[in-house]
Design a protein around this ligand. Structure first.
Ligand code: SF4
Ligand code: SF4
Length: 182
């Protein structure tokens, strides 16, 4: 005997009363968290998040350390890192030019996985512990070799207070002003 379809009655929703009730409930939740002194909202840019060392933020190249192995560009899963060929003075024979390759980064594509930093055999790449850098155009997010060697400016550090989120045994997750380093 073929199985019979089981039908259940479902409560009808979507009436005017349900709509008003949902909106009132949402407002009550909003007001509750607005007046809660323990609320965790960060008032950016008056406050900004200070990540701990090891956080995978922006990446900087130490060109003088780079051995042009291209491991960083090969491992990049999102094709954000590419090698560019440059002509430069040969330090062994200053009268001569030499051809070398160095990585550059496109922050339109980077997913901040950190593979490039991890794979570099000579630690020529390092992360900064922040993400909040703004660019005026998408084109600016494709860094040149010169820009890739400079730590990006972060104006919020001059204007705001660094905060961290920590677990408090009594209060749960809380926001605190960061004191000292790390
Ligand atoms: S962090 Fe990841 S995605 Fe970004 S450039 Fe490095 S390997 Fe590519
Ligand atoms: S992996 Fe390191 S040494 Fe090799 S090209 Fe990239 S930055 Fe340079």
């Amino acid at each position: 005997m073929p199985p019979r379809a089981v039908t259940k009655s479902v409560r009808k929703t979507g009436g005017l009363f349900d709509g008003v009730k949902s909106n009132v409930e949402a407002l009550i939740i909003g007001v509750k968290y607005f007046i809660d002194p323990k609320r965790m909202t960060m008032f950016y840019p008056k406050e900004y998040l200070e990540h701990r060392p090891g956080y995978r933020g922006f990446i900087v190249l130490k060109k003088e350390v780079c051995i042009s192995c291209a491991a960083c560009a090969r491992i990049c899963p999102s094709a954000a890192m590419k090698m560019v060929r440059v002509s430069e003075v040969d330090p062994k024979e200053p009268a001569k030019q030499r051809q070398k390759q160095y990585p550059v980064i496109n922050y339109q594509r980077c997913i901040f996985c950190g593979y490039c930093v991890d794979v570099c055999p000579v630690e020529a790449l390092y992360h900064l512990p922040f993400h909040d850098v703004t660019y005026e155009s998408l084109g600016d997010m494709f860094l040149t070799l010169d820009l890739f060697q400079k730590e990006p400016l972060r104006p919020v550090e001059k204007e705001g207070v660094p905060v961290v989120y920590e677990v408090d045994e009594t209060l749960g997750l809380v926001k605190r002003e960061r004191k000292g380093g790390g």
